[in-house]
Design a protein around this ligand. Structure first.
Ligand code: ADP
Ligand code: ASP
Ligand code: MG
Length: 414
């Protein structure tokens, strides 16, 4: 059971999570619970780091950020003990979560869960601080924003849990972010394939790594509300999903920045140089477009998007390459957004892209970049147009809870 930040935000909610955990134990299950930092704690910790340093040392950042989750776990253990059950809280390191050494965005390499198993054998409820581990160099690491989801899935895999329940502030995974689209529909099941695309394109309800991990290790995820009892969304293998609607969800992100390289020499190997520099600096490049020069010997322009927080790192990584290969100019647009439609049904049905573009066109939204996968179409637009774009696409594809949906794929395509 994993409880997100909102679900442990205050004393009452910690007690509520404690009761929920105890109830599961009373029903005969052994429980390992992963907790996030309370409310906005992680944001506040980041802000306090920025108050003392403009470029906080990543190792120290992890020492700092990992404390948020420890607080939640210790408090919840106390609450559970008061309910007459024995609980023990563990840091990520104590729980045996071993990661690589990339601070603030570490990847889990191994889970040595013997301490958890021993505690479960002693009939203890185990509370693990999410979002953190210990590196192969024995430093504390964190797993990137939203990383407690990945802690939960990794532990579920390591101990062979029946299910990994992700308790959050919405009732499951929806056809769009319910904060933006009030009539978004809760999806009873969603395939790994679709959930990967959704998480990758901004549906922060499950961290991308957690979905990747669950797919690789066949962990069953049940994403549900920590405030109600109703079932939420099961993330399951492709073969288990019955229907293949054309479009499952509209996702978005307002966290994109575009970097444009103007006057790039048009030689083989240049793109490799540019993107190797970015990769070495651990910058996650998303969309890339290149305008081929119109005439021989002319220069190309190249644009790509990166998460806004990576712009400075990207610029620093690019500086030497720009000088070396003779790129004329670098421009930045920090306020871009992205809207995507995801659906396994689009694999076999033409016309989805046309409908996306036409819908955005009707709203007067200019599409600045486009990328596709077999089950996703993403458009980069100006950041302030994202909300309008999401609402328009959600309506155009009739995804709302009140819509009478044509479930038959041929009907839906019409
Ligand atoms: P937690 O703190 O529990 O991990 P998060 O804030 O990380 O919670 O994730 C839950 C939030 O994800 C919701 O409040 C919702 O606004 C947002 N969200 C974005 N897209 C979706 C979606 N398609 N379905 C459900 N929630 C979504
Ligand atoms: N507390 C961390 C964050 O806010 C990790 C998590 O909540 O999953 O990103
Ligand atoms: Mg989260």
């Amino acid at each position: 059971m994993k409880f997100g930040g909102t679900s442990v935000a205050d004393a009452e909610r910690i007690k509520r999570a404690a009761r929920r955990i105890v109830k599961a134990r009373d029903q005969g299950h052994h429980v390992v619970a992963v907790l996030s930092a309370r409310g906005k704690t992680t944001d506040e910790l980041i802000a306090s780091a920025e108050e003392v340093s403009s470029t906080p040392d990543p190792r120290e950042m992890d020492m700092l950020l990992s404390t948020g989750e420890r607080i939640s776990c210790a408090l919840c253990a106390m609450a559970i003990n008061d309910l007459g059950h024995r609980a023990i809280s563990l840091t990520g390191s104590q729980a045996g979560i071993v990661t690589d050494t990339s601070h603030t965005r570490a990847r889990i390499l191994d889970v040595r869960a013997d301490r958890i198993r021993q505690a479960l054998e002693k009939d203890e409820i185990v509370l693990v601080a999410g979002f953190q581990g210990v590196s192969t160099a024995r430093d504390v690491t964190t797993l990137g924003r939203g990383g407690s989801d990945t802690t939960a899935v990794a532990l579920a895999a390591a101990i062979g849990a029946e299910v990994c329940e992700i308790y959050t502030d919405v009732a499951g995974v929806f056809s769009a972010d319910p904060r933006i689209v009030p009539d978004a529909r809760k999806l009873p099941i969603v395939s790994f394939e679709e959930m990967l695309e959704m998480s990758a394109s901004g549906a922060g309800v499950l961290q991308l790594r957690s979905v990747e991990y669950a797919r690789t290790h066949a962990v069953r995820i049940h994403c549900r509300s920590s405030f109600t009892e109703e079932p939420g969304t099961y993330v399951v293998g492709e073969e288990e999903t019955m229907e293949r609607p054309l479009i499952t969800a509209v996702t978005h992100s307002t966290d994109e920045a575009r970097i444009t390289l103007l006057g790039v020499p048009d030689h083989p190997g240049i793109a490799g140089r540019i993107f190797t520099a970015l990769a070495d600096a651990n910058v996650n490049v998303d969309m890339i477009i290149q305008n081929e020069p119109v005439s021989e010997g002319a220069q190309a322009d190249m644009s790509f998007t990166v998460p806004r927080g990576d712009v400075r790192t990207a610029r620093e990584a690019l500086d030497p390459v720009v000088a070396e290969v003779g790129i004329a100019r670098v421009a930045e647009d920090p306020s871009m957004g992205k809207v995507s439609v995801v659906g396994a049904g689009m694999k076999s049905h033409p016309g989805v892209a046309a409908k996306v573009f036409a819908t955005l066109g009707r709203e007067g939204i200019n599409i600045e970049m486009i990328s596709t996968s077999p089950i996703k179409i993403s458009c980069v637009v100006q950041g302030d147009q994202v909300t309008t774009a999401v609402k328009a696409l959600h309506q155009a594809f009739e995804l709302g809870a009140d819509e009478v949906r044509a479930e038959h794929p041929f009907e839906a395509a019409r």
